[in-house]
Design a protein around this ligand. Structure first.
Ligand code: HEM
Length: 401
């Protein structure tokens, strides 16, 4: 039997207010038990499936032939008619073009190129942390977490420092909103600003190529053709889109979790749990991308449920990452968790391209606070990002001693 969201729980997965105002973990616990693959009606007139169990979420990520990314991968976008970048931007593209472009972009994340930014990432993280230790109350989100990811991507793209504040502001608007009274057109305008900026930059780098990612994209052939300026812009945007907010949410979530779990903080500082396992636990605990979504290309079965061709299927990472069938005591934050196959970075052909970089940034922040900080005092419950896609906090007021 197919249950509607209404009959299981009052959570509306299409409404940010519903997701922000309610505890999602109880909802997903019930969904995993009673309606692991459930049909939801949406106010947009199109329904969609939610997938709650870890095994089913992983199976969906793997099945890129049966479940397409090309119409979009975020529920809100799919319910509003699909992603205009479909088929042109790596994240919203299917094989064979996805494989060809991914091979190109993977070079940009090769050890040689990442090593070039590694030292910058470590130094920047340490300087940012050093500036807020022992200074009294600070907003960790604004003072530390905001500056690191966007600057790291900008380093990779070799963008000048003077352009970066604009990019950060546009990106915040394009993905989510800090408040529920935001102008609904704002995200689109912000997205266009970013794309225009990258079209200009792509043209410039065609004229004067360097060793950066944009120059590489400007001079490469994918399926025997050069990429257009627009496609280069979209794929640069893809790196910003993928790399900024998700890493920011993880970093803020890390400090919040460590501040509120003194025992775990003590394990880390005493060296009885490794920074590497703590990074993975932070990714699981926060789950910055609550879901990703696909469109079925043909009739298929997910967790025994028949899905029709054309149906939208959303995989809820936040649920999979708390599935007790896979994780021991999932609602306990355990920096030493050994078995931790979380799906925070996705799985399968679209597995996060920037996974290494994201982990590097989180590691750099954790190493710096372990070295410099003895206590983390979180001063207030942080406000949640207003989104059906992102999980995290817009502000984190704390004292680092
Ligand atoms: C893909 C999460 C950091 C760039 C993904 C996916 C997830 C994810 C879940 C899979 C999407 C899907 O299957 O549809 C995260 C998290 C991060 C992070 C939680 C922070 C810790 C980064 C960074 C970058 C990046 C730093 C780049 C600078 C991308 C790109 C894709 C992607 C380009 C698309 C890959 C493809 O479709 O082949 N990310 N990401 N991400 N991520 Fe990340």
């Amino acid at each position: 039997m197919t249950l509607t969201a209404r009959s299981v729980s009052p959570l509306d997965l299409t409404d940010p207010a519903s997701l922000v105002d309610n505890d999602p973990y109880a909802y997903w616990e019930r969904m995993r038990a009673e309606a692991p693959v459930a049909w939801h009606e949406s106010p947009h007139g199109i329904g969609f499936w939610s997938v709650a169990r870890h095994a089913d979420v992983v199976a969906c990520y793997k099945d890129s032939a049966g479940l397409s990314s090309a119409r979009g991968t975020v529920l809100d976008v799919l319910l509003r008619g699909g992603d205009s970048a479909g088929g042109r931007m790596l994240a919203v593209m299917d094989r064979p073009r996805h494989r060809a472009l991914r091979r190109v972009l993977q070079q940009a994340f090769s050890p040689r190129l990442i090593r070039r930014v590694e030292r910058q990432v470590t130094t920047r993280a340490d300087n940012l942390v050093a500036a807020v230790v022992g200074t009294g109350p600070v907003d960790f989100a604004a003072e530390v977490a905001e500056a690191l990811p966007i600057n790291t991507i900008c380093d990779l793209l070799e963008l000048p420092a003077s352009d970066r504040p604009d990019l950060l502001a546009w990106n915040k608007r394009a993905l989510s909103s800090d408040a529920d009274d935001a102008d609904p057109m704002d995200p689109l305008e912000a997205r266009n600003e970013i794309l225009d900026y990258f079209v200009e930059t792509a043209r410039e780098r065609r004229r004067r190529p360097g060793e950066d990612v944009i120059s590489m994209l400007a001079n490469v052939r994918v399926e025997d053709e050069p990429l257009s300026d627009d496609d280069i812009a979209l794929n640069c945007y893809s790196l910003i889109l993928g790399g900024d907010e998700s890493t920011r949410m993880s970093t803020i979530g890390a400090l919040d979790a460590l501040g509120r779990h003194e025992d775990q903080w003590n394990r880390l500082t005493a060296g009885s749990a490794a920074v590497g396992t703590a990074v993975e636990e932070v990714l699981r605990w926060v789950t910055p991308a609550m879901h990703f979504a696909r469109t079925a290309t043909r009739e298929l079965l997910v967790g025994g449920q028949r899905i029709r061709a054309g149906d939208i299927v959303s995989m809820w990472n936040i649920s999979a990452n708390n599935d007790p069938a896979v994780f021991d005591e999932p609602r306990s934050f355990d920096v030493g968790r050994v078995h931790n196959p979380h799906v925070s970075l996705g799985h399968g052909p679209h597995f996060c391209l920037g996974a290494f970089l994201g982990r590097l940034e989180l590691t750099a922040v954790l190493n710096s606070i372990i070295r410099r900080v003895s206590t983390i005092e979180v001063l207030a419950a942080p406000p949640r990002v207003y989104s059906t896609f992102l999980f995290g906090y817009t502000e984190l007021r704390l004292v680092l001693r």
